[in-house]
Design a protein around this ligand. Structure first.
Ligand SMILES: [Fe+2]
Ligand SMILES: [Fe+2]
Length: 293
């Protein structure tokens, strides 16, 4: 891979590595012959769990699509505009492939918006709102930190965890996730590379961005808490894990298949926050510890 900013984030590079590279011969992100496992389609609670989880992915990706497209006209330079145009297509693709998974799981096309409205976690919606406010104000620096470091840092880690836990159980979903992870890696890289210089140029923006990071992190942790701690989401997740039969799913040196939900929540939260801290450090933003919900 080239190290030059203009080359590494060009449309040419994107074409060669992504549509003509790891996405070649895929269909909605997976191999054409891959299907959802019968177990997921037949067991009502597992199907419900898969729909609920996939809805959060669609909601997150819709936010990423709105943010990356909204930031194009706020970008101060041509190279960033072109990169964000490739990112916009990536995010639109993510929305499409996860929406397609909802259809594969049996959601009817005319029910889609109702399902999404009913099942999107309200804390995730708040998380998205904080970012989209910055984008609406055409605040490029805050928008890129919120999108390419916070939202995508979270997405990247969540997708990696999901990919690890689905590799043996659902190769279709795991394959869809692996292409998405490759895209997110590029997006996160852009955030770090572009924003460091802008923060040095506009140091007065730091306190506001640090506040945004703390607030977005809080709503992210609250989303995780809803998933792992109680209620229907946790019950469905526990059931799905029992049905899956506890094979090994290694991630971050732990076996996800045998961990308690509280331990999984802790590991996920610590991993994402650790990533934030590392990336924010590199661009010169001081990480703010969020309140733990
Ligand atoms: Fe995405
Ligand atoms: Fe992304």
């Amino acid at each position: 891979m080239t190290t030059n900013f203009l080359d590494a984030y060009s449309i040419q590079y994107w074409l060669e590595s992504c549509p003509q590279g790891y996405l070649e011969e895929t269909e909605f992100g997976h191999e054409p012959n891959q299907k959802e496992p019968e177990l997921v389609l037949q067991d009502p609670m597992m199907r419900e769990q898969a729909i609920r989880l996939t809805t959060q992915l669609v909601a997150g990706e819709r936010c990423a699509l709105a943010a990356s497209s909204g930031l194009i006209n706020a970008a101060p330079d041509e190279a960033s505009k072109r990169f964000l145009a490739t990112q916009t297509l990536d995010e639109a693709r993510h929305v499409e492939i996860f929406t397609q998974r909802l259809y594969d799981l049996g959601v009817k096309k005319d029910e889609l918006e109702t399902v999404i409205a009913e099942k999107t976690n309200p804390n995730l919606a708040q998380f998205a709102e904080i970012l989209l406010e910055k984008v609406d104000k055409k605040d490029f620096v805050a928008g890129v930190v919120g999108q390419n470091i916070i939202l995508e840092g979270m997405a990247f880690t969540v997708f990696e965890m999901l990919e690890a836990s689905n590799r043996d159980l659902n190769s279709k979903f795991a394959k869809t996730l692996s292409g998405t992870i490759a895209d997110e890696r590029r997006h996160v890289g852009f955030g770090e590379n572009r924003i460091g210089a802008l923060i040095r140029e506009f140091p007065e923006k730091k306190p506001e961005i640090e506040r945004m990071q703390r607030d977005m992190s809080y709503f992210m942790l609250a989303t995780f808490a809803d998933q792992f701690r109680d209620g229907q989401a946790r019950e469905e997740m526990q059931h799905a894990r029992e049905q899956a039969g506890g094979g090994a799913a290694n991630w971050q040196g732990a076996n996800l298949a045998t961990m308690e939900p509280e331990e999984m929540e802790g590991l996920l939260a610590d991993t994402v926050l650790g990533e934030f801290k590392k990336r924010l450090d590199r661009v010169g933003i001081e990480y703010q510890t969020p309140t733990r919900p």
